[in-house]
Design a protein around this ligand. Structure first.
Ligand SMILES: Cc1cc2nc3c(=O)[nH]c(=O)nc-3n(C[C@H](O)[C@H](O)[C@H](O)COP(=O)(O)OP(=O)(O)OC[C@H]3O[C@@H](n4cnc5c(N)ncnc54)[C@H](O)[C@@H]3O)c2cc1C
Length: 377
């Protein structure tokens, strides 16, 4: 089969690896507009369950990915300067760039034709030149846009603003920090992803953003302002920018998942709010699911229909959980009256995926402290 893949993020490269590994006769070419060392962002996280799926799908890349992983089992909630730790939530982090380099090396080792600095402008020309065209071109997908009458995308830009920084202050565990200022409430999502660096995402509602005057602030001034807001947490470490800009989260859904020989994967197909840390996981699991459909049939149209049938319910479930989580953060201001234990409980149960019983099983000490405090979240 001749396969073209637009986008060399986790979805595109992982699908290339799995297909080539299944049949070396596949002629697979990836196209990426950026260079091999360019990246946005800092670290990404995976759950234990995702790692088991990656191990089954391709052990060599799994072994590399897990070699230098930073693993933790706690979520820390910081409110009014007090830290509450909730255990039993196992996650691991890795630098996005490191993950991409591992996938890139594995593609090359298997004989995938990997092209960087090759932005695609004419999607249709590429489509006509192959048996299967994959749009793994991220949240602003040109493939989706080019065939929007078929994919019927539903894109909604959410009200909160967020910005993705790094820092050398090490946050052991997923740390959710709330700081109330005169402008409003700022939340930071942070976690260590290697020996020296943590991801540090700051999120706030539009009122807080306007009150803080960010429209008038340069990138440097913004960074300094936010470092001051989180000074007690950063402990003297600056925030590190990677061309970091304020953005609004875009919730992506598609009415149809494929069109003739074209399929979307990863963020091009769906997004889930970053507060549940699952974008990369979903992108790579999409690749696994689509490859499994091609194990069952070589008929492209049948495989793509099967992919939608098996994968859509899984994605819709994740998006439902992520939606609740996103809305909680959009309304964070209204939870600030809770004391630290009450806020931690409200946060942990925000998406209804984790309830009282789950928390009691995972961390009985936390539930005992919560109950003895006599608060109802
Ligand atoms: C603030 C923030 C925090 C996040 N935190 C996490 C986290 O903790 N854990 C997690 O798992 N995920 C996280 N994510 C999500 C994660 O980054 C994405 O969900 C994931 O990268 C999706 O993979 P992808 O391959 O679908 O798309 P991408 O990684 O976006 O890759 C798409 C690629 O396509 C390329 N491209 C686009 N158009 C073209 C074109 N026309 N021609 C050629 N190439 C093109 C782009 O350059 C890009 O390299 C976060 C995202 C954000 C914004």
């Amino acid at each position: 089969m001749k396969i073209h893949i637009i986008g060399s993020g986790p979805a595109g490269m992982y699908f290339a690896i799995l297909m080539k590994q299944a049949d070396s006769a596949h002629e697979i070419t990836t196209y990426e507009r950026n260079g091999p060392d360019d990246t946005f962002g800092w670290g990404v996280v995976f759950s234990g369950k995702t790692l088991a799926a990656l191990s089954q799908a391709d052990e060599p890349s799994h072994a590399e990915i897990t070699r230098d992983f930073e693993a933790w089992d706690n979520v820390d909630v910081v409110h009014r300067g007090q830290k509450i730790s909730i255990h039993g939530n196992s996650f691991s982090g890795i630098a996005r760039l490191r993950l991409l380099k591992i996938l890139q090396r594995r593609c090359e080792e298997l004989g995938v034709s990997v092209n960087f600095h090759r932005g695609i402008a004419d999607v249709d020309a590429l489509r006509l030149d192959c048996d299967l065209l994959i749009g793994a071109d991220g949240v602003n997908s040109l493939v989706r846009e080019s065939f929007k009458q078929y994919f019927q995308p539903d894109l909604s830009s959410r009200p909160n603003k967020y910005i993705w920084y790094g820092t050398n202050q090490l946050f052991h565990g997923l740390t959710l920090t709330f700081r109330k200022t005169r402008a409003g409430v700022f939340a930071a999502h942070s976690y260590k992803f290697d020996q020296t660096t943590s991801t540090f995402i700051v999120e706030c509602d539009p009122q807080t953003w306007t009150n803080a005057g960010f429209t008038e602030k340069s990138d440097e001034e913004t960074r300094a302002y936010l470092a001051a807001v989180f000074a007690p947490d950063l402990k003297g470490h600056p925030l590190l920018s990677n061309n970091s800009k304020w953005i609004n989260f875009v919730l992506v859904k598609n009415g149809r998942w494929s069109f003739e020989n074209v399929a979307l994967l990863g963020d091009a197909l769906h997004t889930a709010h970053f507060s549940i840390g699952s974008g990369t996981k979903l992108a790579m699991e999409d690749a696994i699911a689509l490859k499994q459909c091609f194990d069952e049939t070589t008929d492209v149209s049948m495989a793509l229909h099967r992919f939608e049938k098996v994968r859509r319910p899984v994605i819709e479930d994740y998006q439902a959980v992520a939606y609740e989580s996103m809305v909680w953060f959009e309304n964070a201001r209204q939870y600030m009256h809770l004391d630290p234990l009450g806020l931690a409980y409200s946060l942990m149960t925000r998406s209804k995926r984790i309830d009282y019983e789950t928390l009691k099983r995972r961390d009985p000490a936390f539930i005992a402290a919560y109950e003895s405090s006599g608060i109802k979240a």
